[in-house]
Design a protein around this ligand. Structure first.
Ligand SMILES: Cc1cc2nc3c(=O)[nH]c(=O)nc-3n(C[C@H](O)[C@H](O)[C@H](O)COP(=O)(O)OP(=O)(O)OC[C@H]3O[C@@H](n4cnc5c(N)ncnc54)[C@H](O)[C@@H]3O)c2cc1C
Length: 383
């Protein structure tokens, strides 16, 4: 029996899953450990992913997107993460920004950028966190002042922990503006090559090593006012709605990693003997494997429930997405860690690929809103 039998999927969805699997097998799985070791950001592979529709999975076809659903996207991100959670997660961030523009941008702004994004001619970063504001993201201090001509914003401030920064071409920056009211937040697209933008050092991290993470600083950057997505003041709503989907995608990345680790265990316990017995013959191992498979399936159901809610625009999407993100990223991290334990000392060696899954998945409990913030979202809904 396959771990993800996908019996509930329709023929189209099976085709997307197969195409994601084929892409991951051909371009990612054999390179992931080397990219991780050498810190290689695989831009060519990201570019190639656009040919498969993975640079605008749920963007409308009018702008070069694949026009798929959030459930389809969850299935695709899981398959890609089976090969490399970090690469899949970066694609998820790029897709999140593409959706923000598709959903809220006016026709002119979409004409200007969206097709280049769905072709991966422009790689995108999402910029919300600042050095002084993480979980409390609305306390951001980056500001865009209206210049006298009203045609530009003059932007100053810093964003921290930005995935892709330095390599990305477009930055979707949440900032305070005061075009319509004093405490509004707007979402503005800033091009990399505009004057006044600079990048910090590539942060040394525990996982997600094949993608850069940097501080991005803006020093009186002059940005066309037409680059505001939606209306001035809609930026926080756009950023949070982007995260509803982003959380489902990150949870899907954890599912892919967990399934990889379970598959590795299923082979290993059939090959490795100690005390004259295969590992699979110890009840301790049997029970661990049962728990891992059960947890993976439960997490997958939660993630697909949230993706369905988002597809159907249900009014409890935010809370379902928060529950799925918290549940799946916690459980899948535990599955990866347990897989490492089942492999004994070999699990700790990088050749087996499991320790990378543990390191990559750890950050899924922190970003796109920490799992503690997910608990706040859930409890707020019910208390
Ligand atoms: C590798 C990596 C990549 C990232 N990529 C991006 C990116 O591309 N774009 C972007 O905008 N951001 C990105 N982030 C930032 C990430 O979203 C933040 O790190 C995260 O939101 C937490 O913010 P913080 O680190 O400032 O922690 P803090 O907000 O300072 O939180 C510290 C601790 O306090 C807890 N806490 C805080 N407030 C509360 C509360 N009210 N109740 C209970 N507990 C609370 C938190 O859960 C956490 O455990 C990335 C981070 C990492 C590590």
């Amino acid at each position: 029996m396959n771990l993800n039998s996908n019996l509930e999927l329709n023929n189209d969805q099976r085709a997307f899953v197969n195409s994601a699997k084929q892409f991951a097998n051909e371009f990612i799985i054999d390179k992931a450990i080397e990219w991780d070791k050498k810190g290689i950001f695989p831009k060519e592979v990201l570019k190639k992913s656009a040919e498969y529709g993975f640079a605008g999975i749920y963007v409308s076809e009018d702008y070069g997107g694949a026009g798929l659903s959030r459930l389809d996207a969850a299935l695709i991100f899981e398959e890609l993460a089976y090969a490399c959670p970090s690469t899949s997660a970066f694609l998820s961030i790029h897709n999140m920004t593409a959706w923000m523009l598709d959903q809220y941008g006016n026709k002119e702004l979409k004409e200007k950028y969206l097709k280049t994004i769905t072709k991966m001619d422009n790689i995108c970063s999402y910029c919300l966190t600042e050095p002084g504001s993480g979980s409390d993201s609305n306390a951001m201090r980056t500001k865009g002042y209206n210049d006298k001509s009203n045609s530009s914003l003059i932007v100053s401030g810093s964003k921290a922990f930005i995935s892709g920064a330095g390599d990305s071409d477009l930055y979707f920056v949440m900032m305070k503006t005061d075009l319509e009211n004093k405490n509004e937040t707007s979402c503005v697209i800033i091009e990399k090559n505009i004057g006044g933008i600079s990048f910090g050092k590539n942060e040394e991290k525990m996982g997600w090593k094949n993608q850069p993470t940097r501080v991005v600083s803006f020093d009186n950057c002059k940005v066309p006012a037409e680059n505001i997505i939606g209306k001035p003041g809609e930026g926080f709503k756009i950023a949070m709605q982007g995260l509803d989907g982003g959380r489902i995608n990150i949870a899907s990345c954890s599912l892919g990693a967990a399934r990889y680790c379970i598959d590795k265990c299923l082979s290993y316990v059939n090959e490795r003997k100690q005390f004259g017995k295969f590992l699979k013959d110890f009840q301790n191992i049997q029970f661990k494997i049962s728990d891992m498979i059960t947890d993976y399936n439960a997490a997958r159901l939660m993630v697909h429930q949230a993706a369905n809610a988002l597809d159907k625009k249900q009014n409890d999407t935010t809370v379902k997405s928060a529950m799925a993100k918290k549940f799946a990223t916690d459980l899948c991290y535990r599955i990866c860690d347990e897989a490492l334990q089942i492999h004994g000392g070999y699990g700790y060696l990088s050749d087996y690929g499991i320790e990378k899954m543990v390191r990559d998945c750890r950050v899924h409990k922190i970003l796109e809103g920490t799992n503690e913030i997910m608990k706040l979202i859930i409890s707020r809904k019910f208390l």
